[in-house]
Design a protein around this ligand. Structure first.
Ligand code: FE2
Ligand code: FE2
Length: 272
């Protein structure tokens, strides 16, 4: 299985988009075809600073990003490019959780490689779609807000599970349906169909976040809901915004108590 972790490492440490995708898919296929999985106890994990990203798109502060109004051709192009950028970051995020945290059951690594492979699929769908706008990934400036969460949670699996799948990816479940309504209203079924695929797959990604947060909490005798909100408080200062897509969040394993507490935090924010 050394090969599998070598492939994940290569996918993380390369700044080439093509190599990231090639090595991710190779690692995923290897994880599917291997029934007996032994994680080498001696494997060395490189620090998160070593993970590389392509030179383009250049990263700028969110306020300097181009507008993404769906009504214009340029706005649509920026919108699709922004989602492609999220998906590329999501590939690295899913790879990183499989790579960085040692000593977990075989299924943990398989699940996150499955997610990484899904993110490659999403990224490629969006890149193909971008060609219709005479645009390629890298052409439009972007921001690096997503990856910063991986850096902050480098040494803490409970925080990583709380903040990447159960906060960042879960936010996609909340905001995508409204984007779909806009796209259908503009009769842009090509973009909408891609977002529909992404939305359905993302439920599983968030669900894996719940599944593995549950696993670690049970193993270490910790209460899941408490650790989740402790991390929201610690890393986000409780700054979480709704509205929340409750049906999809329920499918992804959010409990009623969690949904109520999220709404309480949102109200606290909006009343400030
Ligand atoms: Fe995705
Ligand atoms: Fe995802």
């Amino acid at each position: 299985m050394t090969d599998l972790f070598n492939d994940i490492e290569k996918a993380l440490l390369t700044s080439s988009v093509e190599e990231t995708i090639e090595m991710t898919q190779k690692a995923f296929e290897l994880s599917c075809s291997t029934s007996v999985f032994v994680e080498p106890s001696s494997r060395i994990v490189q620090p998160v600073e070593r993970v590389c990203f392509p030179e383009k798109p250049i990263c700028v502060p969110p306020r300097d990003l181009p507008r993404r109004r769906l009504g214009t051709e340029a706005g649509k192009r920026s919108f699709i490019h922004a989602i492609a950028h999220i998906e590329f970051n999501a590939i690295k995020l899913a790879l990183d959780i499989a790579y960085r945290f040692k000593g977990l059951p075989e299924q943990f690594y398989k699940d996150w490689l499955y997610v990484a492979n899904d993110e490659c699929k999403h990224f490629k769908l969006l890149c193909d779609h971008l060609t219709q706008f005479d645009c390629a990934y890298g052409d439009i400036p972007s921001h690096d807000g997503l990856w910063s969460m991986a850096v902050k949670t480098e040494n803490d699996l409970l925080a990583r599970l709380s903040l990447v799948p159960r906060y960042l990816e879960a936010r996609g479940l909340d905001v995508t349906p409204a984007m779909l309504v806009k796209l259908y209203a503009q009769k842009d079924t090509a973009s909408a169909e891609i977002l529909e695929i992404i939305l359905e797959d993302e439920v599983t990604h968030v669900e894996y976040g719940t599944k593995w947060l549950d696993y670690v909490c049970q193993r270490d005798d910790i209460q899941r809901e408490k650790v989740f909100f402790d991390n929201i408080e610690h890393y986000l200062k409780g700054q979480i915004l709704g509205p929340f897509n409750k049906p999809l969040r329920r499918r992804a394993g959010f409990t009623e108590t969690e949904l109520l507490e999220l709404e309480r935090l949102d109200k606290r924010q909006t009343s400030k």
